[in-house]
Design a protein around this ligand. Structure first.
Ligand code: AMP
Length: 180
């Protein structure tokens, strides 16, 4: 679902997303969130809208996906009084990890999580800035499930609906604030 509510809020937030054509490669329109981040009111509204959707769902941990997922994920974790867990690019986490390889909208990559990050059965919310093809999100879901955690949902600021990323994460609650 898309978080319902104040249309003015959504329009205002959309105005703060800068479209950068042909970055990082030709044909990709990059959604630059930095104008939104530097507006504290807008940043707070994004964090609060996501937190509000999950507040009654007893989230134990918020997983943020490197690197822009850290920005929103850490703030949502604090708003939900949940712990924060980073999912990182290969070689960045110092302890033993699970690894998952996946396809990006532009290229391929892999993600890792600490093997002991999530205790069995704990409820996890995964947060990132953009849902595009869904490969990154699906990899994050797989990693959390490898640890024994339960993925209670995924939340994104932006969803590129025309790429149908949700198809890669069936059966899990997905929310996004802004759809293109
Ligand atoms: P995907 O795996 O295709 O869903 O891609 C999602 C990841 O790539 C997220 O971590 C985004 O930060 C990044 N990403 C993909 N497409 C875009 C885009 N058009 N603008 C900004 N970030 C993007």
């Amino acid at each position: 679902m898309q978080i319902a509510g104040d249309e003015q809020l959504h329009l205002g937030l959309k105005e703060m997303i800068r479209n950068v054509p042909d970055y990082p490669k030709a044909g990709v329109v990059f959604k630059d969130i930095t104008p939104l981040l530097k507006d504290p009111h807008a940043f707070e509204q994004v964090v609060e809208a996501i937190a509000a959707h999950y507040r009654e769902q007893q989230i134990d941990y918020v997983v943020g996906i490197e690197s822009r997922g850290f920005i929103f994920g850490a703030a949502v974790a604090l708003a939900l009084r949940a712990g924060f867990i980073p999912v990182r690019k290969p070689g960045k986490l110092p302890h033993e990890t699970h690894r998952c390889e996946y396809a990006l909208e532009y290229g391929t990559d892999a993600l890792e999580i600490h093997r002991d990050a999530v205790e069995t059965g704990k409820r996890v919310l995964i947060v990132d800035d953009v849902l595009a093809t869904g490969g990154t999100a699906a990899a994050a879901v797989e990693l959390v499930q490898c640890t024994g955690g339960h993925v209670a949902g995924l939340a994104f600021l932006i969803e590129l609906g025309f790429l149908d990323g949700r198809a890669k994460i069936p059966g899990i609650d997905v929310v996004s604030l802004l759809t293109y």
